[in-house]
Design a protein around this ligand. Structure first.
Ligand SMILES: NC(=O)c1ccc[n+]([C@@H]2O[C@H](COP(=O)([O-])OP(=O)(O)OC[C@H]3O[C@@H](n4cnc5c(N)ncnc54)[C@H](O)[C@@H]3O)[C@@H](O)[C@H]2O)c1
Length: 248
């Protein structure tokens, strides 16, 4: 496949870049010419991906504002922030605990706030920035067995719109992507629930118009578009990459 080179000279941070969709985003941004920092709480994953793409590995815990600030400071002038780190703990809401809610919200929502808060001042000063946050169709349609995750992802969509409104005047765009079921360790983790988990995955697959799971590369291509100057007039949007699952 011929890949455009649209990101030369840009510095990008991909949170949760050590696995799944984040690894594919890191590879795609690097292939398009960006210098990529792979930030992850999993240092081995970050090192592996950074090694494969001639990028940089960063120890990053998105739930910790100081860690996010240190990552942005280590990079210097950050042009592209991809808020991708995420976790899910599947289970029907009545069977979940407040400790689980806190863990899911801490990474999927507060993590986006922390990294965006750390990145924005530099982008505002530079008069340029691209923020792409990985939400989920779960945040738009609600996903059975993922109530708190759906709440966090819906919040990311609303947060992205507010950030887009506040930062257009600085030349900063903010958009989100709503993937459908993508074949990664996070989704396949549902299988740990046994038969119910298998059913959840099959139901999501059947809800797409394509009748299949998506691949991380398919999400990465959309991120590269939103991060590039092909999307200079696109902000506050949520782009579904879900085989039509979230179509209204
Ligand atoms: N796989 C899907 O079906 C799907 C669908 C919709 C949205 N998403 C979203 O896509 C994103 C990537 O998910 P994935 O499927 O590739 O999952 P994954 O589990 O393969 O990767 C997630 C990465 O995030 C990292 N991470 C977790 N907590 C972190 C923290 N506190 N600080 C820094 N890094 C941390 C993990 O170590 C891991 O490398 C997530 O935001 C997820 O919610 C995934």
């Amino acid at each position: 496949m011929l890949i455009a080179v649209r990101l030369e000279g840009r510095k990008a941070l991909v949170t949760g870049g050590g696995s799944g969709i984040g690894a594919a985003i890191s590879a795609r941004l690097a292939a398009e010419g960006a210098e990529v920092w792979v930030g992850d709480i999993n240092s081995d994953g970050a090192e592996r991906v950074a090694g494969e793409i001639a990028g940089h590995a960063l120890d990053l815990d998105v739930t910790d504002l100081d860690s996010a600030r240190a990552a942005v400071a280590a990079i210097g002038s950050l042009d592209i922030l991809v808020n991708n780190a995420g976790v899910e703990e599947f289970g029907f809401f009545t069977q979940t605990t407040p400790e689980q809610w806190q863990r899911v919200l801490a990474v999927n929502l507060v993590g986006v706030l922390n990294c965006t808060h750390a990145a924005l001042p530099g982008m505002q000063e530079a008069g340029y920035g691209r923020i792409v946050s990985i939400s989920s169709e779960a945040g738009r349609v609600g996903s059975k067995g993922s109530a708190v995750y759906s709440a966090a992802k819906g919040a990311v969509v609303a947060f992205t719109k507010a950030i887009a409104r506040e930062n257009g005047r600085y030349g900063v765009t903010a958009n989100s992507i709503a993937p459908g079921p993508i074949e990664t360790p996070l989704l396949m983790g549902a299988k740990e629930l046994g038969e119910i988990g298998e059913k959840v995955i099959e139901t999501m697959k059947a809800a797409t118009q394509m009748g299949r799971l998506g691949q991380p590369d398919e999400v990465a291509a959309a991120v590269a578009f939103l991060a590039s100057d092909d999307a200079t007039y696109v902000t506050g949007e949520t782009l579904g990459v879900s085989g039509g699952l979230g179509m209204v």
